[in-house]
Every structure is written in C-alpha cells, then in structure tokens.
Design a binder for this molecule. Sequence first.
Ligand code: GYE
Length: 341
Amino acid sequence: MKYTNKSKGVLVCFLLVLCAVVTVACGKDNQKKAGSSNDDAGGSKGLITVGYVQSGTGSAWSLANVESIQQNCTEENGINLIYECAEDDFDNQLSIVRSFIEQKVDLISFTPIVSEGWDDVLKAAKDAGIPVIIMDRMVETDDDTLFECWIGSNFLLEGYKAADWLIDYMKSLNSKKDSYNVALLQGAIGSSAEIGRTQGVEEMLNTAGNFKFVYKESGNFNRDGGIENMQKIIDKKLDIDILIAENDDMALGAIEVMEKNGIKPGKDIVIVSFDGIHDAFEAMINGKINCVMECNPLTGKLLASAVQTVMNGDPVSKKNYVLEELFPADTAADYIDNRKY
Ligand code: GYE
C-alpha cells in the first residue's frame, strides 16, 4: 500500500544513517588521564572536573540516566563530577550552567530541558574556553561549534518505529472500523524528545490515513501527567481506540485511571509508549501495554569516554546515537530479567 511503502522507506533511510553514525560513535575508550584539570573547580588530584546538570528526575528513565552518569563519571575514570539537577526549570538550568562557567570547571555537560534558547550561555562557555558535551536531548542552534558533541537518542526514528508497529498491529486486529481515534500524550513541550516523537508518530499515522488524533496534550513525562490527561479524556467522553504516551510513566499513570474506570488497558485501548522501564515491561507481560519503543538511558560510559577524548584534544564525532529496540508485548517476558532500568 502507498502509505506503508513510503513510511517504511523513510524508516529504512533512518536505520541506515543510524548504523553509519553508530560505527563512528563517540571516540575511543580512552583510559589516558587528561592532566589539564582546573584547580579553581577543585580538580587538584589531576582529575577532569565536569559540571553536569540533568533536566529533571520525574521519570524512571531520568533516574536511570543519572545513575549511569554517576556510576561512570568517577574519580577512577579520571573525572570529578559536579552533579546538579534543574528540576525541569529551564531558567534554573541556565543559571546552573552559568555557575559552572563561573566555577571554571574543565567541561560542562547537560540534558537540555528544552531545545531552544541556549546560544548565549553556550557562547559564554566557548568564550571561557570550556568545552560542552550535550546529553540525551538536543539543542537547537545554528552554530554547532558551540558544543563538542552530543550523545543521545534518535527521537524522530523512535516515533517512526512506534507508529510503524502500530499501523501493522491495528491491521492485524482485523477490526471493522475504518478509522481509529488516537490520544497522544506528549512529553515536556519543546524538548527534543517530545518534538521528535510527536513528529515521527504524527507524520506516519497521518500518512497512513486511517488514524485520527482526537486528543493531544502534554503530560510532562511524568505519572501525574498521565493520570490528569486520562481523566480529562474520560471526562470529555472521548472514545479513543489508541493511547500513545511519549514515555512509560505517563502510560502507567493513564493505565491507573483506565482501570479505575472499568476500561481494560491494552485491550479496550491499545497502548504504545516509549522508554522501556521495568514497570512497562511488567505492564506488557500483564497485557496492559501493547508495545514499548525503547529509549536508552545508559549513556554514562559514553559520556565518560567522550570527556576524555575531548580533553585530550582528539577528534570526536559530533552526533552520537545510542542503539535502541522496539519491544512488542509478546517479547517482554523474554527480556524483562535482563532489563537494567
Ligand atoms: O523519554 C523521559 C524523560 O529526554 C529521552 O525524558 C528523555 C526523556 C525520556 O523524562 O522519560
């Protein structure tokens, strides 16, 4: 069918680009210690002082991400990590980055809460001679000399893959309906994770033609957001066939509300979500989520390695995508025991 071929073509192109990028990813596993640490920031042991600010910790994914960064950016690996969390407040995040500049850390890293609005602070870091590594979400800037590299997920591809699975799955149900009502729970608006997933899902389902978005709101990537939005969907008496949640926490919140209202998640409403946290795998095994598109938070080792590469002055590829898989519910039991988050 026309839409399927077109959509799959886009998907294949992205997969090829992804493979190419991953093969050159993220420098070497460099064990050399860079001796140029900055004493003002407390790096007196010859360690590289890295100021890292996480966006927030409202999702199980972010907690796993923080843990991975803290476990890998260690003194043993030559790094003195100054960890901060911006609690999902963009102004707060900007001022934390500025304070890293004032402290004269050796390198700054952060997960941008939103993608726009970073140029000034990145210019200030550049003027101060402090290299920047961006993690997970991406910044929107015309000047990519403002940061050394980025390590994260291909959110657009995640959206395509999830929607591609959904199109095939809905076909396999052989329902008599000729159109499906979709509710989309977006992540934090303006974050590249939200922008990419929303675009991927919308593009592909709109091209398919038999999916209608009847509800589209942000649930801010957290459980309460899932609860509140599902309650609104019920209050508005929207008859939805499909819920797409841009992370598992929102899906799990929505599931709670469905169950309280006698709706069977995964059956009365098909549910697709993103991340792949342990609770989502359990929900898949219990038939409550139909498919999860993984987003890999275990990027701490890549960050530690990239820090060394950058501080050694070695070349590093600009964009480094992590590998991630799609898990339809019937595969969950095979993988749950090996999930690391
Ligand atoms: O999907 C979500 C988190 O930026 C990829 O942020 C990340 C997203 C992740 O809070 O759970």
